[in-house]
Design a protein around this ligand. Structure first.
Ligand code: PLP
Length: 414
């Protein structure tokens, strides 16, 4: 559970919580809400709600296509959002593509970048801990071409078997796609090292940053990866909006994936020419409020500071692990040395959905199921688990409420 090296001022979590109106509510006959489903989606601060409301109230217009005052304002805000998002990620706006989320970003790379290059016998290297969003798109393009999916295993503690991963970077590997932070294990993969190894082997990299972007600072330029994707809704921003960061030369070489308005240069019935990136990959009316809301979320989270957020979440993880350690029959999935504040668990002999329902009745919101990591659950001989995941606004009271509720559930189900 490595905390960031830098000394950072602690977060004033009480002040942070007041900025999230949703957290103040009571559930199930006046129970305090402990929202621990942040890996699924985070709550939105007032600053984001206000910006989205203001956009629809005063500026709503389609972008890039009008000269009237509202169209100019909406376009300006949308492109300003791109600049903010790119800056936050250490990248350039021109190579920052807006998508519907991580899933669409990975599909875009699979279909537009990789599919035209794939041949029978080529390989795509994944890891056993991938989210389905970083498995299924690759399977679909592999099936069309006769390429193969190769998988690197996860160790018993939930860390990646990096030696085997490196061995599997072979002469036919066309892409190594891997998760930055596992949404089930919490494992933080050593992405800089992995990018280096892949580069040495001449293999391109795509990193699924869905669970990392709100917790670990990113500098895409320094990292040297080929592609990095994330979703706004896991970063205190709106749903339905996400980002693909790419090396500019890859985007330049990529054909369009979806066709329509806004992605063209000229259209005639004889043929169409396409806009430069990123517009080439943003067909149709985009999620304008999504982009503006995501940028507002980035401004907000940057104001708190990602290093401070990580230190706070690591504290919550450590508190929780020690508060639940002696619960009889508890089995936690993933105890890698570098772990984000995500705890997937089971209780011996109990169904994960029963655990989650009992927690819910006590005001504790956790996720249940396979968390879109079915192969990973199979690796551990499980079909599912319950999962508590923490964010900037969680506090010691959430930890205490969760631990007490889980202890009670274990007694009832034991
Ligand atoms: N990758 C990881 C690690 C995730 O946790 C998720 C969402 O849970 C995704 C990808 C997919 O994100 P989205 O549904 O926002 O596209």
């Amino acid at each position: 559970m490595n905390a960031p090296d830098t000394l950072t001022a602690p977060i004033d979590v009480a002040a942070v919580r007041t900025q999230f109106p949703v957290l103040a509510q009571r559930v199930h006959e006046d129970k305090r809400l402990a929202y621990l489903d942040n890996a699924a989606t985070t709550q939105k601060p007032e600053a984001v709600l206000k910006v989205i409301d203001g956009y629809y109230r005063f500026d709503n217009s389609n972008v890039h296509r009008g000269v009237h005052a509202l169209a100019a304002r909406a376009t300006q805000a949308y492109e300003d959002a791109r600049a903010t998002i790119a800056r936050f990620c250490g990248h350039t706006p021109e190579a920052t593509v807006f998508t519907r989320g991580t899933t669409e970003a990975i599909n875009l790379v699979a279909y537009s970048y990789l599919l035209p290059k794939l041949e029978a016998g080529d390989e795509i290297l994944l890891t056993e801990m991938e989210h389905h969003a970083n498995i299924v798109p690759w399977q679909l393009v592999a099936e069309r071409t006769g390429a193969k999916i190769v998988v690197a295993p996860v160790r018993d503690d939930g860390s990646l078997d990096i030696d085997t991963w490196r061995e599997r970077l072979g002469p036919r590997t066309r892409m190594a796609a891997f998760v930055h932070v596992s949404n089930t294990l919490g494992t933080v993969n050593p992405i800089a090292e992995m990018v280096e190894m892949a580069r040495a082997a001449g293999v391109l990299t795509l990193i699924d940053g869905a669970q990392a972007v709100a917790h670990i600072p990113l500098n895409f330029h320094d990292l040297g990866a080929d592609f990095y994707s994330f979703s706004s809704h896991k970063l205190y921003g709106p749903t339905g909006f996400g980002v693909l960061l790419a090396k500019p030369e890859h985007l330049d070489a990529m054909p369009p994936w979806q066709g329509g308005g806004d992605m063209i240069d000229t259209v005639s019935f004889e043929g169409t020419t396409f806009a430069e990136p990123p517009a080439r990959f943003e067909a149709g009316t985009p999620h304008i409020a999504g982009a503006i809301g995501c940028a507002a979320a980035i401004d907000w989270v940057s104001g708190v500071g990602l290093d401070a957020a990580r230190a706070h979440e690591t504290h919550l993880l450590e508190q929780t692990m020690s508060a639940i350690a002696d619960i009889p029959g508890l089995r936690v999935l993933g105890t890698a040395p570098d772990k984000a504040a995500i705890i997937a668990f089971n209780l011996d002999g109990a169904h994960a959905s029963d655990i989650s329902s009992l927690l819910d009745m006590q005001g504790v919101a956790v996720r249940v199921g396979h968390h879109c990591t079915m192969p990973l659950h199979s690796r551990f001989g499980l079909t599912g688990s319950a999962r508590a995941s923490f964010a900037i606004y969680n506090d010691d009271e959430d930890v205490a409420q969760f631990a007490a509720a889980l202890r009670k559930a274990a007694k009832m189900l034991g």
